[in-house]
Design a protein around this ligand. Structure first.
Ligand code: HEC
Ligand code: HEC
Length: 359
């Protein structure tokens, strides 16, 4: 018996089982109970900041030295944002896929552009609202700001399908528009880079404010008790480590999923045709899109207005916000939330809904 117990194989098995079980045996860190003031000061100290209320404050937050804001430039950008002449068959504008009244996206799993063409990578349209606050644009973060970003959709064959030269020709033939460009940029002809700048300037004003901002400004009754519990979880469990900044996201490129569970891979064992990257379900491969450098690194999405922009994830695979939160807690934090916790976090996410501020 003694010989059996001390046998190297037995010892190895027991050690491995013990180490594997360790995380389940350790007591969980208790969830803090903060007063409203503590919660607010915690949030503010973590850079969870309210959206500016005035044009002067806005300039301090989103101005781009390479594209200084002005009222005329913003107005011109707004006109272009809704202008279908930026698409080949004059049927699509930026607003077709980024509907401002509907959370700044199109509520489709994947974007549909020129002549009904779907995004070849089955990518979901992210919101334009508060996108100007993000450090990276696009699901893989490949553009640095909204000005650079704007060149993409105009030229993508499955979005607006134009070339910069064609856009210039079309817009130059409109003398009233040309006059507006001249007022803003001081040139006789419309240049594509100025189209990008004007649209970018307008997007810099598309920031939203809601109950969350009022709470951060000092109004304790702006959000419910459930939302406060959700906000506490969001901070103390670590969602805020990735979804950070004024836009509550958009500032980092992160791995997704961070955690792996062997149970998810049983499907792969039994079906050799499924690659490991295609499983498990939440990361279902709908369009061969694996983020930055194909390594499953994605731009952390902006969570402001998230409850208005279903479906979720880069591939639009998840319809229900509760399921999106569950997936995040399990795969990004390794701490699967229970039903009540998920409900509280969703209440918190609802407070991130807001109205576009009129600057
Ligand atoms: C056919 C639908 C469609 C049209 C038209 C369209 N977009 Fe998009 N937009 C998308 C999709 C899909 C993405 C994500 C693509 C990616 O990550 O590769 C996106 C990404 C963006 C982003 C990045 C947001 C973020 O947080 O990363 C911004 C900003 C944006 N679009 C603005 C615009 C502007 C401005 C126009 C008009 C010039 C425009 N879009 C036209 C579908 C569209
Ligand atoms: C390690 C970084 C990280 C942590 C921690 C994290 N997230 Fe995320 N989150 C991401 C990334 C990256 C994505 C985009 C994944 C994708 O679409 O492929 C994402 C996506 C989301 C989405 C869907 C967004 C959309 O536009 O479709 C929601 C909602 C969300 N996270 C909420 C949360 C909540 C709530 C928590 C805490 C329980 C959390 N996240 C923790 C990185 C993180």
């Amino acid at each position: 018996m003694k010989k059996f117990l001390l046998h190297p194989i037995t010892v190895t098995i027991v050690t491995v089982v013990f180490i594997a079980a360790l995380p389940y045996m350790l007591p969980k860190k208790p969830i803090p109970k903060w007063s409203d003031e503590e919660l607010r000061s915690k949030a503010l100290s973590l850079n969870m900041l309210p959206t500016p209320k005035s044009y002067e404050e806005l300039l301090k937050v989103v101005n781009n030295p390479q594209n200084p804001l002005s009222r005329e430039k913003i107005a011109l950008g707004k006109r272009l944002y809704f202008d279908t002449r930026l698409s080949r068959d004059k049927s699509i504008s930026c607003a077709s896929c980024h509907i401002l009244e509907q959370g700044g996206d199109d509520n489709r799993p994947t974007a549909i552009g020129y002549r009904g063409r779907a995004n070849p990578h089955h990518l979901n349209s992210p919101t334009v609202l508060n996108a100007a606050l993000a450090k990276y644009q696009f699901w893989d973060g490949r553009a640095k700001d909204v000005e650079e970003q704007a060149a993409g959709p105009v030229q993508a064959p499955f979005e607006m399908n134009m070339t910069p030269k064609e856009v210039e020709e079309r817009l130059n033939s409109d003398s009233s528009l040309r006059a507006e460009f001249k007022k803003v940029f001081g040139k006789d002809r419309v240049e594509f880079s100025d189209v990008q700048k004007a649209i970018g300037a307008y997007e810099r004003t598309l920031l939203t404010r809601g109950a969350y901002d009022e709470f951060l400004d000092g109004n304790n009754s702006a959000i419910s008790e459930s939302a406060k519990r959700g906000m506490t979880l969001f901070i103390s469990k670590g969602c805020k480590g990735c979804h950070t900044g004024m836009s509550v996201g958009g500032q980092l490129i992160q791995k997704f999923p961070v955690r792996f569970y062997w149970q998810d891979y049983l499907g792969v064992l039994f079906n050799p045709k499924v690659s490991i990257k295609d499983n498990p379900y939440p990361f279902k491969n709908l369009g061969e899109f694996y983020g930055r450098n194909n390594e499953q690194y994605f731009r952390v999405p902006i969570l402001r207005n998230i409850t208005k922009t279903a479906p979720y994830f880069h591939n639009g695979a998840v319809k229900d916000i509760k399921e999106a939160v569950r997936i995040m807690s399990k795969y990004q934090l390794g701490d699967e939330f229970n039903k009540e916790q998920i409900a509280d976090v969703v209440e918190f996410l609802k407070t991130l809904e807001g109205k576009i501020v009129k600057y």
